[in-house]
Structure formats: structure tokens, C-alpha cells
Design a protein around this ligand. Structure first.
Ligand SMILES: Cc1ncc(COP(=O)(O)O)c(C=O)c1O
Length: 370
């Protein structure tokens, strides 16, 4: 058997008729940029996130970068974020000419530790970016308290966590702004790149709308140095077809996660740490990530047996060569460094079959019983 990390072809088959109809409408209308599909998606995703504004942009990386620029982050500012994330989080800070300040994680949730955030605040700190890794929210309640106390901006990098909640508050509700990625593999994925900023802040929203069109308003009158970063109509049309399915697809992911956790704990609980859903949290399981010793050996064995798995992420941002100028060294953020050596994400997608999960579980069991 071959088990992929995810199977987008199967999902496409289930919505193909509707997708092709909507794509045809866009092409027949010849309205490809910032038209009715983008407007509808912006309104729907903003409402889902319980905020006023949605601003569609070219991808999730630009969403973070534009959100930072829209609140005035720039040269001389520090932005605190987790070291255990995809490169885009730190990259967006540096691209905004600010200095990333990386802090360590809570080893249970893999998310940024609010106590360490507070300790890292200086008079240059302009913003915090919380990343909701693998689909579970960072402790936004604690982070919001810190942000309010120090009068700094709090951005949620929710690329992996659309629809996640903490104590009934959904992604988008607690931050100054939240950013989404619609990269094809995301829980709500386009058939190409896409992203969005959602916010209740009118000024931030207005600035972001201007930045995504070369800093112009009206067209050809340029006030700030923006660039071209727009969500296109074809991608928005696909996302409008997919969006009504998101809750159901998330429920399926959660079901598969419960099954993995139950069976893995029964069979290989001595070797494998399954993901922990914190009390009061709604985890959307973008990834199902276990922690194991001998991670690389397990991954190689699974590969031999036809089971895909991924390491998100093998090198924390503070140890990435591109950030060597910041002066971090190995051992500085030990909990993230340990997680980078032990985390392994298993196949996870809404359409996954029990039989496929059983195969993955059996192969992990086989590895430890060899
Ligand atoms: C945590 C995180 N932030 C940002 C991004 C960037 O999103 P995009 O690939 O759409 O630029 C991703 C996904 O790739 C991500 O996982």
C-alpha cells in the first residue's frame, strides 16, 4: 500500500463539477483580478473569523508581511515570534526591515511560550506574531494580555489553523489581525497560491488594501511603497466552492486524529508521544504530529514501507543560516531544537480511510517491534 501525506485528487473528484462551472464563469466574465469572487471570499472568511474585514492577497507569506507593514512595523522595530515555525513567519519580519526576536516553545503544544514572550519585550518591540502550529492555537488569551499591557500589536499566523479555537474564541477574534495561507495543502487550499488578512482594525484593513495594489489609492496615485500582491479570481472561485465544506473536512480530520491517538497509544504508547489537545482548545489538525526518539530511522522505515511522513520543521528559525547575523547559537532555544529532532507528521487528510490509517499504525508498530 502507498499512503500519501494527503490526497488532493480525491477531494477534487468530489467537487469537480462545481469547480469547473465556477472557473468557466470567471473565464467567461474576463474579470480576473479583484472581482466578485474575491469580494465574496473576503466577506465569508472575515465573518467566519468573527471580524469585519478580509483582504485577499497573493499568499500567506505576503499576508504576514503586509499585515506588519499595515501596522507600521519597519526598520528599528523588533518583532517577537516562535523559532519553531515555517520560514515565512520570520522571513516576513525581516522583509519588513524589522528584527525578528525568536523565543522558545511550550514543548507540549509546540507553540510560543507566553512567559518567554514577555521576558523578550524591549522598548523596540512593536509586535508579536503567534503561530498556531499544526492547527492548535497558541495561548492567545495570555498573549493578548501581554500585548494589551505593553501596547503592542498581536498578529496570528493562522496559515495552519483556520477555524481553530481557544475557549470558544476562534482564530481572528483575539489578535489585532490574523493571516491565512490558501496554499494547496492547507485545510482550505486553492489550486495555486493565495492568502488573506482578517482584522477588525479599519486602519490596518485600509492600509493592507492599499499596499496590495502598489500603495495606490485611487489607481495610479501612490502614497506608500506597496507591491503587487492580490488573490486572483480563479483561486477565489475555487476557494468559494471549497469553503462551505471546511467545517465538515475539519470534523473528519479531528476524527482521524482521535483514531490515530487511540490506536497509537494502545500499540506503541511506550515509544510514541501523540499530539496533546489542550483543554478548551479546538484543534483543526492541519498536521497530525507525533514525537519520537529515533525519528529519522522511523521515517526511513515508513518510506520503505510506502508510508509518507514529513518533518515540520527540521531546523528552527534561530539556527537558519540566513538569520546567522542575529547571533543565535545551538542551545539557545533548547525546547524547539529538541522538537525539531523528534517531531514527525503522519498522513492526514479529510478523505483518509481507516484502512489507510491502520496501515500507517501497523508500520509504526512493526518498526518498534523489530
Ligand atoms: C506557519 C506558516 N506561515 C506562513 C506560511 C506561508 O504561506 P504561503 O505558503 O501561502 O506563503 C505557511 C505555509 O506555507 C505556514 O505554514
Amino acid at each position: 500500500m502507498k499512503i500519501p501525506m494527503l490526497d488532493l485528487a480525491e477531494q477534487y473528484a468530489s467537487i469537480k463539477g462545481e469547480v469547473l462551472t465556477e472557473l468557466d464563469k470567471v473565464m467567461s466574465s474576463s474579470q480576473f483580478i479583484l472581482g466578485s469572487n474575491v469580494k465574496k471570499l473576503e466577506a465569508d472568511v472575515a465573518a467566519f473569523s468573527k471580524v469585519e474585514h478580509g483582504i485577499g492577497v497573493a499568499n500567506g507569506s505576503d499576508a504576514i508581511h503586509i499585515a506588519l507593514e499595515a501596522v507600521g512595523v519597519g526598520a528599528g522595530d523588533e518583532v517577537i515570534t516562535t523559532t519553531f515555525t515555517f520560514f515565512a513567519t520570520g522571513g516576513a519580519i525581516a522583509r519588513a526591515n524589522a528584527t525578528p526576536v525568536f523565543v522558545d516553545i511550550d514543548p507540549v503544544s509546540y507553540n510560543i511560550d507566553p512567559k518567554l514572550v514577555e521576558a523578550a519585550i524591549t522598548d523596540k518591540t512593536k509586535a508579536i506574531i503567534a503561530v498556531h502550529l499544526y492547527g492548535q492555537m497558541a495561548d492567545m488569551e495570555a498573549l493578548k494580555e501581554i500585548a494589551v499591557k505593553h501596547k503592542i500589536v498581536l498578529i496570528e499566523d493562522a496559515a495552519q489553523a483556520i477555524g481553530a479555537e481557544q475557549n470558544g474564541k476562534i482564530v481572528g477574534e483575539l489578535g489585532t489581525a490574523a493571516t491565512y495561507s490558501f496554499f494547496p495543502t492547507k485545510n482550505l487550499g486553492a489550486y495555486g497560491d493565495g492568502g488573506m488578512i482578517v482584522t477588525n482594525d479599519d486602519t490596518l484593513a485600509e492600509n493592507a488594501r492599499i499596499i496590495r495594489v502598489h500603495g495606490s489609492k485611487p489607481k495610479y496615485y501612490h502614497h506608500v511603497l506597496g507591491y503587487n500582491s492580490r488573490l486572483d479570481e480563479l483561486q477565489a472561485a475555487v476557494l468559494n466552492v471549497k469553503f462551505p465544506h471546511l467545517k465538515q473536512w475539519t470534523a473528519q480530520r479531528r476524527e482521524h486524529a482521535s483514531y490515530y491517538t487511540k490506536r497509537l497509544n494502545e500499540k506503541v504508547g511506550a515509544y510514541v508521544t501523540t499530539p496533546i489537545v489542550l483543554e478548551g482548545y479546538y484543534h483543526v489538525f492541519h498536521q497530525y504530529t507525533i514525537r519520537v526518539e529515533k525519528r529519522d530511522e522511523l521515517q526511513a522505515y515508513l518510506k520503505e514501507q510506502g508510508v509518507s511522513s514529513m518533518v515540520y520543521y527540521p531546523v528552527p528559525l534561530h539556527l537558519q543560516p540566513v538569520f546567522s547575523n542575529l547571533g543565535y547559537k545551538e542551545g539557545d532555544l533548547p525546547l524547539a531544537e529538541k522538537a525539531a529532532k523528534e517531531a514527525l507528521s503522519l498522513p492526514m487528510f479529510p478523505e483518509m480511510k481507516k484502512q489507510q490509517q491502520d496501515y500507517v499504525i501497523a508500520k509504526i508498530e512493526e518498526f518498534y517491534n523489530r
